[in-house]
Design a protein around this ligand. Structure first.
Ligand code: DAH
Length: 354
């Protein structure tokens, strides 16, 4: 084998390479698994002993020579390639900057309205409670006197959650299950409210799959409908900041209260705008009633007590107080909507006017 010729042409091929790919091809040609050098090295053992030494030295010298010119060339090519790339990736620093619209951070109407409700109910002597968003069937339905196959279950368009156990789990369809959890956990008398997210499989102008409710529960000896009526009336007048707000308690049905009522407030419409607390039209704002004895029994309450409960939608209260026309906008994350309907961080509920 004419080693000198091979060495000459290998070094020339390195020198003539003008891209990383070509250079790599040359390396493989000589030093790859089946490369010329690799094979020569393999056949070294077949040579007679005196030739073995001189050829071995030559090949090793070649290897060193090859790789030093290989890495020199590699550097050269990479520099060229980077420079070419930089030339093409030209950034025009003379372009004027794009205008950024800095919007003042705003509090979302849901947060603001929830804070208002928390302030008012807290001021009226109720304490804050929370329950989980993922509920079991017992707390969301059965304990609230909504047994399986009860038509009220169909009213709720429930989202069911896959569970690893055999237990039926749901995204809570209302905040009422917190009533059960509080009754089980706390000593009596009990005065609590529980705001939070609720879920129903429903979507149109007035329904979104996720929305917010506040639950209220007051349990003591001799709680009557009169207590409920006073409480709800005081809350609504304070929330809408209207001392002459009129309320109408309309008989209704909820499985967990008896008797049950829906509460309407008066309003009028003036050039398309709703004005609460004026006029003689009625608008429903919440459901309420006296706690059903079955709810006490299911929660393990043994004492001789009565109670009232109420539940209301936070979005609905916000829409009525602040005039948003469409419920879905609350969850569209449109900054223009938030800019218009959002609140400053420093606005607080003014309770001093009462
Ligand atoms: N949980 C009811 C609903 O989502 C609202 C409700 C009505 C809650 C009456 C109550 C109540 O506590 O007494 O439709």
């Amino acid at each position: 084998m004419n080693y000198d010729k091979i060495i000459q042409s290998a070094l020339k091929e390195v020198e003539d390479s003008n891209s990383s790919e070509k250079l790599e091809q040359v390396r493989i040609k000589y030093f790859g698994k089946n490369g010329t050098f690799t094979n020569a090295l393999k056949s070294l053992s077949t040579l007679p002993i005196e030739e073995k030494k001189s050829v071995g030295e030559k090949l090793n010298g070649f290897k060193n020579l090859f790789f030093s010119s290989f890495s020199k060339k590699k550097n050269q090519i990479e520099n060229l390639e980077i420079n070419k790339k930089l030339e093409n990736d030209f950034i025009d620093l003379s372009l004027p900057a794009r205008e950024v619209n800095f919007i003042e951070a705003k509090v979302h109407p849901i947060s603001h309205t929830t804070n208002e409700i928390v302030n008012i109910l807290g001021d009226m002597g109720l304490s804050y409670e929370e329950g989980p968003d993922i509920e079991d069937d017992f707390h969301n339905f059965s304990a609230l006197n909504i047994p399986e196959n009860h038509p009220a279950r169909q009213m709720h368009d429930t989202f069911y959650v896959k569970s690893k156990t055999h237990e039926t789990l749901v995204l809570r369809t209302h905040t009422s299950p917190v009533q059960i959890r509080s009754l089980k956990k706390n000593k009596l008398p009990l005065k609590i409210f529980a705001p939070g997210r609720t879920y129903r499989c429903d979507s149109d102008m007035t329904h979104t799959p996720m929305f917010h409710q506040v639950e209220g529960l007051v349990v003591d000896k001799d709680i009557t409908f009169a207590n409920l009526k006073w409480f709800v009336e005081s809350f609504c007048k304070t929330f809408f900041e209207k001392n002459d707000l009129k309320l109408r308690f309309r008989p209704s049905y909820f499985p967990f209260t008896e008797p049950s009522a829906e509460v309407d407030i008066n309003f009028k419409k003036e050039s398309g705008k709703i004005i609460i607390g004026e006029g003689d039209k009625w608008m429903e704002i919440l459901g309420c009633g006296l706690v059903h004895p079955e709810v006490f029994r299911m929660s393990g309450v043994k004492q001789d007590v009565t109670g009232f409960a109420f539940g209301m939608g936070i979005e609905r209260l916000a829409m009525l107080k602040y005039g948003m026309p469409d419920l879905r906008d609350f969850f569209d994350s449109d900054l223009r909507w938030l800019e218009h309907y959002g609140f400053s961080f420093f606005e607080k509920t003014d309770l001093s006017w009462r």
